[in-house]
Design a protein around this ligand. Structure first.
Ligand code: NAD
Length: 425
């Protein structure tokens, strides 16, 4: 199996593999991880590339390429999304699979890390073509997945419908109805209550803990949110309900600001109708990039990766950053934020609410017994709060950032599981 490859120098600061490896290496060095364990945890356990023949609507036969990577299965079945995008690459899928290992370990849920993707552009595919790609891809990775093996979920450009097709295809092959093979399903098909809000809710829970650490209170704390999709909008509602004042929101088209606080219900309705935040009447328009550096107390990047870099980190005014997105901060920016004494709650902790409720979905499917929304939210809160405190205590004990502490905690949990299992020969 090929080791994870190094990016070339030009990709330096913003390469997802490099970002991941920089953090992994620092945490592993501080843990004094043995060289052998270091090698094992830097590589994937298993990788599959599939070439997927699909009949297109115009009668052509097309071939798509897809991947599924298991980074580590030491603590349980693989867990991780499937993304459909033109720029999916094996290196990206490897990095994302490894990210999932650390995310599941940091919140201590019994999964390993996996990820998958298909190189395609869903914007130019019909629903029928998407369904045929999904079903054939599922059939070709069939031996890799399963409730005890590897449990996919939605990611970029995949959704509840795609999960339902995967669940159906898998079920047809094993000749029984297996809802626990994927998470992020519709609730009519074994999905969990609370999954849609889970990542934003998790961000709110860790934000509450982080502001308390800084001697602040949610009431009146001014928040800027980059991204108003699932994570950003759900976090905005949850935080508003806790008393935070959401002063700025950006999406990919622009940003709006109101120092008295934006009315989130009205903004959400406006975005529903207009597909963008710009033009919202009760706010002033600001540059999209300025949302990161505007006058606020807490910043929630919830859009995409590599937004806080060595170029803008110095201008950030927030005292606390809660990373809703995956990989919004580069390793170079991390150093600057630490010098500025900004408390950064790292992505593998702060956006883990989504995978935590995915875990609940898997548990409920396997039990065939479904929880109330209240039960889901109470259990989510317990896990997010205790994980925050585990990471915060580790950061203080080792005098490192919360990000490095989260990696140390996660790597240690995975390494311990591997050590006690032993290396089968
Ligand atoms: P989404 O597609 O629903 O929303 C993304 C939002 O970001 C949109 O409002 C888009 O307009 C905005 N955006 C994109 N580029 C931007 C830019 N340069 N500047 C400002 N805004 C920009 O996606 P999502 O599901 O909310 O996911 C957001 C991030 O959170 C991603 O990094 C994702 O991997 C991560 N994440 C999501 C979940 C989940 O449960 N949805 C779980 C964990 C992590």
């Amino acid at each position: 199996m090929a080791p994870i490859t190094q990016p070339n120098a030009a990709e330096h600061e913003t390469n997802p593999l490099e970002a991941l490896q920089a953090r992994f290496d620092e945490a592993a060095r501080r843990l004094q991880l043995s060289e052998g364990m270091w090698k094992v945890l830097r590589t994937s356990t298993r990788e599959i590339t599939v070439h997927i023949p699909v009949n297109m609507d115009d009668g052509r036969l097309e071939v798509f390429t897809g991947y599924r990577v298991h980074h580590s299965l030491a603590r349980g079945p693989g867990k991780g999304g499937i993304r459909y995008a033109p720029d999916v690459s094996i290196d990206e899928v490897r990095a994302l699979a490894s990210w999932m290992t650390w995310k599941c370990a940091v919140v201590n849920i019994p999964f390993g890390g996996a990820k998958g993707g298909v190189i395609c552009d869903p914007r130019i595919l019909s629903a029928g073509e998407l369904e045929r790609i999904t079903r054939r891809y599922t059939a070709q990775i069939l031996e890799f997945i399963g409730p005890e093996r590897d449990v996919p979920a939605p990611d970029v450009n995949t959704n509840e419908q795609v999960m339902a097709w995967i669940m159906d295809t898998y079920s047809m092959h094993v000749n029984l109805t297996s809802t626990a093979v994927v998470t992020g399903k519709p609730t009519s098909l074994g999905g969990s209550l609370g999954r849609r809000e889970a990542t934003g809710r998790g961000c709110m829970i860790v934000a509450n803990e982080a502001v308390a650490v800084r001697g602040m209170k949610p009431q009146g704390t001014r928040v800027a949110i980059q991204g108003f999709g699932n994570v950003g909008s759900m976090a905005a509602f949850q935080m508003r309900d806790q008393g935070y004042k959401i002063v700025a929101v950006a999406d990919m088209y622009g940003a709006v600001y109101n120092s008295n606080g934006l009315d989130i219900d009205k903004l959400f309705a406006y975005v529903r109708a207009n597909n963008e935040v710009v033009g919202f009447p009760e706010a002033e328009k600001i540059d999209r990039a300025d949302v990161l550096t505007c006058d606020c107390d807490l910043l929630l990047p919830a859009a995409t990766e590599n937004q806080i870099t060595s170029k803008n980190a110095n201008s950030i005014r927030a005292k606390v950053i809660v990373e809703g997105a995956n990989g919004p901060t580069t390793a170079q920016a991390d150093d600057i934020l630490r010098q500025k004494d900004i408390l950064v709650v790292p992505d593998i902790l702060s956006n883990a609410g989504g995978v935590t409720v995915s875990y609940f979905e898997w548990v409920q499917d396997r039990q065939g017994y479904f929880w109330t929304l209240d039960e889901v939210n109470t259990r989510l809160e317990r896990i997010m709060r205790s994980s925050f405190h585990d990471v915060h205590e580790a950061a203080q004990k080792h005098n490192v950032s919360m990000r490095i502490a989260a990696y140390m905690l996660a790597i240690d949990r995975v390494a311990k599981a591997m050590t006690i299992r032993g290396i089968y020969a």
